[in-house]
Design a protein around this ligand. Structure first.
Ligand SMILES: [Fe+2]
Length: 232
C-alpha cells in the first residue's frame, strides 16, 4: 500500500468535502491532520564571528525564539482539536490572539537573526536607490532607526524597516509588541528591542546595542527581501 501522508489525505478528503457533506467528527480529524507544523529555523550566522554581541547571548536568544515556535505549534494543535461550533468564544479569542503573537514573534525573530552582521557594509543596487529615495540618505535612515530603538524604554518592542506594497515605499515602524504594525507591510529589517536581546551584553546601556546593530546590519538580507517584494 502506498504511503499517504496525513496532509495529502486531508487535502484529498477536503476536495471531496466540497461535493459531499463530511460528518463533524470526520472534519475534526481532518482539521487535526491538516494543522501546520512549524519548525524553528537554525541560525544562519556564526555567533563566534559576531564581535559586538556575545555568542552566548545570541544562542540563548535563539533558544527563546525556538520556545516560541514550540508554543505556536501547541496553540495551533489545540485550535485544530476544538469544535468551534460548541466552543466558548472567549476561549477561541484568547487562543487566536496568542497564536498571532507567537506567529509574528517567530517570523520577526528569524528576520532579526538574519539581519545581524559581523562587519560594517552598505546596501547596493535597487535597494540602495530605494533607501536614498525614501530616507534621503543612509545616514538619515540609520539615525531614525537608531532613535526609534532608543525610544523603547520598557524592554518590549521591535523596530522594523518595511516595504509597503500599497504605497511602494520603505518605512520604519515601531511595533509595541509582536502583533502591531502597518497592515500589508513586508518586513525587511528587524531589530529586537526586547530586553532579552541585549541584557546579557549591554545590561544598563541598550543604546550601545542599538548603535552596534545599526552599524552592523547584514544588508544582503533586506536587499534580497526587497527584490522579492517589489515583484509582488
Ligand atoms: Fe527576542
Amino acid at each position: 500500500m502506498p504511503d499517504i501522508s496525513r496532509r495529502s489525505l486531508a487535502a484529498g478528503v477536503g476536495l471531496l468535502a466540497g461535493a459531499v457533506a463530511v460528518p463533524a467528527a470526520a472534519q475534526q480529524l481532518l482539521a487535526v491532520a491538516n494543522a501546520p507544523k512549524f519548525r524553528a529555523q537554525p541560525l544562519t550566522l556564526n555567533p563566534d564571528k559576531i564581535k559586538w554581541l556575545s555568542a552566548q547571548s545570541i544562542t540563548e536568544h535563539h533558544a527563546i525564539y525556538a520556545e516560541s515556535v514550540n508554543r505556536l505549534n501547541a496553540i495551533t494543535e489545540q485550535l485544530a482539536q476544538i469544535d468551534f461550533a460548541k466552543a466558548q468564544p472567549a476561549e477561541i479569542g484568547e487562543l487566536k490572539r496568542e497564536q498571532q503573537v507567537v506567529y509574528n514573534s517567530s517570523l520577526l525573530h528569524e528576520l532579526h537573526f538574519e539581519c545581524i552582521g559581523d562587519a560594517p557594509t552598505s546596501p547596493s543596487g535597487v535597494f540602495a536607490q530605494a533607501m536614498s529615495r525614501d530616507f534621503v540618505s543612509l545616514d538619515r535612515w540609520k539615525a531614525e532607526f537608531a532613535a526609534m530603538g532608543k525610544a523603547v524604554t520598557d524592554g518590549k518592542g521591535m523596530v522594523i524597516l518595511a516595504y509597503t506594497p500599497r504605497d511602494k515605499r520603505l518605512i520604519n515602524h515601531l511595533a509595541a509588541d509582536h502583533a502591531t504594525g502597518p497592515v500589508g507591510c513586508v518586513p525587511l529589517i528587524v531589530m529586537d528591542m526586547y530586553e532579552h536581546a541585549y541584557k546579557a551584553d549591554f545590561a544598563g546601556d541598550p543604546a550601545k546595542y542599538v548603535d552596534g546593530f545599526v552599524q552592523m546590519v547584514r544588508w544582503v538580507t533586506p536587499e534580497r527581501l526587497y527584490r522579492e517584494a517589489i515583484r509582488v
